[in-house]
Structure formats: structure tokens, C-alpha cells
Design a protein around this ligand. Structure first.
Ligand SMILES: *Cc1c(COP(=O)(O)O)cnc(C)c1O
Length: 386
């Protein structure tokens, strides 16, 4: 007989069932949306726990946080109204004068926000090239650096940074490590287990997966004063994720494993097809054995590599823009990680002054038929070069 004692259900099962929560009053297997902005005190005029006012949180959001905490193997996770509001809470909680180390090129909104705080004299910043641990080690100032920011795979060139090695460098200098692995969600990359102190994800992307809510999440292993301070920023700025969006996120996460597996396979099929293509100068995807980040990515992404890739069109900026606008299956839209495939001319979207190759097209592989995606790009390229 099979010994079933002590058998823990796998994460795949737990997430598909949204942690098997059954609503006490009704037996409902799907969580309800709790929209209350305020909660009545009890008969002794004491505040009810844990909710008393919506800016602190709500039960639907807590349920979504519990699912992410399991995925991340975290002690606690906090959901915010967007990825950017979560990142801003981290930057805001830093003491005045704190030194941070960030990639030279990264998700443009985060870089813009960090540089805005630096211009105001709130923080100071040093830079490293994404994926380059020697540069990272040289940028860190022992005793002075508070935070090292790693985005991996890193927008929009998808360089891979070794999280465990970056954690060692940060910790040796007395700094904390934050990872942004939005491109490889926590069913593939468990950053806290690899040594990160804060794991951030834009839950707008793969975690939700349906392009119908914005959300951001921070997770930690160790609850300390920094974590409490971040919580206070969320509370006082009013940036907690609201219940209707939390419900959509829970709904989306139930299919996380299925969706992400398909997106990764589609990204790999596209990357393989267009590597060496007549009108493609380069394919940037850690899943290709020729990619410099391949070996680390294999370890760090559970062998799946992610659903994001970029291609450099072997032509002019206008050729690249034409490919994006001639697509009929890919939507010419920003964002990533949804069930529908997206293509974007990153330079147009990032704006002037942001260092990105003018020929770069960023692709988010959805869950469609891979042959349709490949054919769509082929016909768009053919039109752009005709
Ligand atoms: C989208 C994104 C963000 C910002 O998240 P929002 O939910 O759009 O505010 C941060 N980092 C990365 C890597 C992203 O892709």
C-alpha cells in the first residue's frame, strides 16, 4: 500500500486549486470578492482583525498573497496596485542618502523612478551591465550600499544574472538583494531560495496572464524592520491591490503552470526558427544554447527559459517598426506575459535617451499555435522588406 502520511500536495495542485480554500459560510470553492472600504467595530468597540479599513488590505487580496507566498516559498508577500507601486515602495523606504546598485539598462519605468529619486538627492546610484558580476562587484560599496537590484532575465536584451552569486556579493557588502524576475515567474524561478532578500514580480504579467489587471508583488523570507517600513509605505500611499483585481489575479494564477509552460515552448520555437534568418541580425533568448546566459538560465528557470525574447531586425529602424505594424496575430502592444502574443518596437516605447537598439523588437510569446506565430512574423518580415 502507498504510504500517504506526510505527503504534501505539489505546488501545481495547490495553485490550480487556489490553495483549496472553501468559504466557511457557503462552501463556495471560488473566493468571493470583498469590496468593503470599512469594517464595523465589534460589540466592545474593538477593531476587528485583520481588516478594519480597505487601505490596509482586504480578504481577497490576502488570498492572492497567500498563493504567491507559497509559489515563492516566502514568509510573507504584499500585493500592490501595480508593479511600479511595489518598486516605488522599496525605493521610498530607503533612508535618505542610501546607495543602490542597478543595471545600466533595465525595465525603463524602474530605472526612471530610481533616477528621479537620485536627482532629488534622496538616494545615490551606481550602475553595472546586466549579467556582469565583475561590474556588479565593483559597483557595490561595502558598508554603504543598501540595495542591489537584479532584473533577470533583463529587459529588453534578456541578459541573465546569477542570483546566488549576486546575493553573495550583496551580502558580503552588507546590502540586500532585490530580484525582478517578472519574465520568469516563481513557478520557474524561486529567487528567495537562491538568496534574494526581496523578490519582486509585476503580477500584471505572467502571474495574472490575461492582460486584465495591473498588480505588483513583493515577497520576503525574513520579516524585519525594512519589511515593516515597506508595508507602511503601501498603507500610507494607499497602493494596496484592490479586491476586484485580486480576484482576477487569483483566477489567472490557477492556470499559471499550464500557461507558462506553453509560452516558454512557443518562445523557444520562435527563437529557433528565426536564429540565422536572412532578415534577423540576432535572436536574444537565454533558451538558445548559443546565448551567453544559457547555462545559468537553465539552472535558474527550471530548464524552461521563459516566454520573452527579442529579435534584432537586419535592416533599418523603419524596417523593424514595419515588422511590428504588419503583424496580424501578434498585437502591437506593450506589456508581456498574457495568453495573447505581443510585439513591440522597444525604442519607440521607452522613449528618447533610453539605450536600446533601434532594430530591436520585443516579443511576448502567448499560448497560441506556434506555427501561426512564426508564420505571422514571416509574413510581416516579407512585407517590411518588399
Ligand atoms: C511590467 C514590469 C514592471 C512594472 O510593472 P507594472 O505592473 O507595469 O507597474 C517592472 N519590471 C518588469 C520587468 C516589468 O516587466
Amino acid at each position: 500500500m502507498t504510504d500517504t502520511s506526510n505527503r504534501k500536495h505539489s505546488l501545481v495542485t495547490r495553485v490550480a486549486q487556489a490553495l483549496h480554500v472553501i468559504e466557511a459560510e457557503t462552501g463556495a470553492v471560488v473566493p468571493s470578492i470583498q469590496p468593503a472600504a470599512t469594517y464595523a467595530r465589534d460589540e466592545n468597540y474593538a477593531v476587528r482583525k485583520p481588516y478594519w479599513y480597505r487601505r490596509d488590505g482586504n480578504q481577497t487580496t490576502s488570498q492572492a498573497e497567500a498563493i504567491i507566498a507559497e509559489l515563492e516559498n516566502a514568509t510573507e508577500s504584499f500585493l500592490f496596485a501595480s508593479g511600479m507601486s511595489a518598486c516605488t515602495a522599496v525605493i521610498e523606504h530607503l533612508p535618505t542618502g542610501a546607495h543602490v546598485v542597478v543595471p545600466r539598462v533595465m525595465y525603463h519605468g524602474v530605472l526612471y523612478q530610481i533616477q528621479t529619486y537620485a536627482k532629488k538627492g534622496r538616494i545615490s546610484v551606481s550602475y553595472y551591465t546586466a549579467g556582469n558580476l565583475d561590474e556588479l562587484a565593483a559597483a557595490v560599496k561595502p558598508g554603504e550600499t543598501r540595495l542591489v537590484w537584479v532584473e533577470t532575465p533583463n529587459n529588453p536584451n534578456w541578459e541573465v544574472t546569477d542570483i546566488a552569486a549576486a546575493a553573495e556579493i550583496a551580502h558580503a557588502a552588507g546590502a540586500k538583494l532585490l530580484t525582478d524576475c517578472t519574465a520568469t515567474p516563481p513557478n520557474m524561478t524561486r529567487a528567495l531560495d537562491l538568496g534574494a532578500d526581496f523578490s519582486f514580480h509585476s503580477a500584471t504579467k505572467f502571474l495574472n496572464g490575461h492582460s486584465d489587471c495591473t498588480a505588483g508583488v513583493l515577497s520576503v523570507k525574513e520579516v524585519d524592520q525594512d519589511w515593516e517600513d515597506i508595508y507602511m509605505v503601501r498603507k500610507l500611499h494607499g497602493t494596496v491591490l484592490q479586491s476586484h483585481d485580486a480576484w482576477l489575479l487569483i483566477r489567472g494564477m490557477r492556470t499559471l503552470f499550464l500557461r507558462v509552460e506553453k509560452s516558454c515552448k512557443n518562445a523557444m520555437a520562435i527563437a529557433r526558427h528565426f536564429e540565422g534568418h536572412q532578415h534577423v541580425a540576432a535572436v536574444l533568448y537565454p533558451g538558445l544554447p548559443s546565448d551567453p546566459g544559457h547555462e545559468v538560465a537553465k539552472r535558474q528557470t527550471d530548464g524552461q527559459f521563459g516566454g520573452m525574447l527579442s529579435i534584432l531586425i537586419d535592416g533599418t529602424e523603419q524596417n523593424a517598426i514595419d515588422v511590428a505594424r504588419f503583424c496580424e496575430v501578434f498585437y502591437p502592444a506593450t506589456s508581456l506575459g498574457g495568453v495573447e502574443s505581443l510585439i513591440e518596437h522597444r525604442k519607440t516605447v521607452s522613449g528618447e535617451g533610453f539605450p536600446v537598439d533601434a532594430r530591436l523588437l520585443r516579443l511576448s510569446a502567448g499560448i497560441e499555435d506556434p506555427d501561426d506565430l512564426i508564420y505571422d512574423l514571416e509574413q510581416a518580415i516579407a512585407r517590411a522588406f518588399s
